[in-house]
Design a protein around this ligand. Structure first.
Ligand SMILES: Cc1ncc(COP(=O)(O)O)c(C=O)c1O
Length: 339
């Protein structure tokens, strides 16, 4: 059963949280991009302007996931992902802002030589360990070793990036939907669909928020990565835990979840795609807004493709969520200049 935006906010407000970002982020109409694509009407939710060390979607999530750690007395926050991880950069910034230590384990991959987000992790004072594993799904052991080392030193470490934390990270995106619903209403806009890049917390949070407040939008998730596990099952797990934590009368099924790996590109996670690079240039040259090549550019390439296929109607209004990631641009200069 739908609830008011304020009652959703009131329930989420009871959870542990730290203040890291600048909210609300702007919601804006993009007239020149809309015209270039030929419809739908495109609005952008500027979560790249969320404020924490170049912004991005992780700010909203970390307010809750770091909140869990701080609530348990943590003085070391542990993360881990691909070398150009935006999550690790924002985790490092959050730790600095809160006066605790960040220790991150990143995959030794084609971008772990330095620059982009890795440079920022270092400037933000994080301890960075580059680990020789195939993908970020194999970083658990490295994160556990960090935990054990800090415990031996008498500190209180907390792994921020772990499955149990995802439902809390997703709370930030349930709130983001209420925020954009308020903004759209004030602008006299409706929201027929939301398009976001997501592989773990962002889209489930939006699916939850959308249903909770009865917005009635379709939420499309453009996956940046193909996990070895089933994404729909993982999202359903996040959604049912959110229901449990917030004690609300809502239920979710597979039909609520649209998340596809179709726009990742042939080289996979962490590599540019041709359509993404084209979309990045189109956004830059029609609206003066910079996307990143690995997440948000692929989200826009998905939006354009879905519009071409009629899945997003010409007379509909679609919100593209700019989930950030722009510092990684500078690690992809060569590929982008060649595109
Ligand atoms: C810029 C950007 N957009 C989107 C995502 C996807 O977010 P999530 O995995 O929380 O759904 C990420 C992180 O993986 C990201 O860094």
């Amino acid at each position: 059963m739908a609830m008011t935006r304020d009652s959703l906010r009131a329930r989420i407000e009871t959870l542990p949280r730290v203040q890291l970002g600048h909210f609300p982020t702007p919601l804006e109409y993009l007239p020149r991009l809309t015209e270039a694509i030929g419809g739908p009407r495109i609005l952008i939710k500027r979560d790249d302007c969320s404020g924490l060390a170049f912004g991005g979607n992780k700010t909203r999530q970390l307010e809750f996931t770091i909140g869990q750690g701080i609530d348990r007395g943590a003085d070391v926050l542990i993360g881990g992902a691909g070398s150009q991880s935006n999550h690790c950069r924002q985790l490092s910034a959050g730790a600095a802002k809160l006066g605790v230590k960040a220790a991150i384990a990143v995959v030794k991959d084609h971008k772990s030589g330095g620059g982009g987000n890795l440079l920022l992790d270092d400037l933000l004072g994080a301890e960075v360990e580059v680990v020789d594993v195939d993908t970020q799904e194999y970083l658990d052991e490295a994160k556990q070793q960090l935990v054990e080392r800090f415990e031996r030193e008498g500190r209180t470490p907390f792994i921020v990036m772990q499955a149990a934390n995802r439902p809390f990270g997703a709370m930030g995106y349930a709130l983001a939907v209420a925020e954009m619903a308020d903004q759209a209403e004030a602008m006299g806009e409706r929201i027929d669909a939301i398009v976001t890049c997501s592989g773990s917390c962002t889209q489930p949070g939006m699916i939850f928020g959308n249903k909770a407040i009865g917005l009635g939008a379709r939420v499309y998730g453009i996956a940046p990565i193909e996990w070895t596990y089933d994404v729909k099952e993982a999202f359903q797990g996040v959604l049912s835990r959110m229901v449990e934590v917030l004690d609300v009368d809502l239920s979710f099924s597979e039909e609520d979840i649209w998340n596809r790996p179709d726009y990742i590109g042939p080289q996979g996670y962490g590599y540019c795609s041709e359509a993404g690079n084209k979309a990045l240039r189109l956004m830059a040259q029609t609206e003066g807004i910079i996307l990143d090549p690995i997440y948000t550019a692929k989200a826009l390439s998905g939006l354009i493709d879905l519009a071409g296929k009629g899945e997003l109607g010409q007379d509909e209004t679609v919100v593209l969520v700019h989930t950030g990631g722009t510092p990684a641009l500078f690690a992809y200069g060569e590929e982008l200049m060649a595109s």
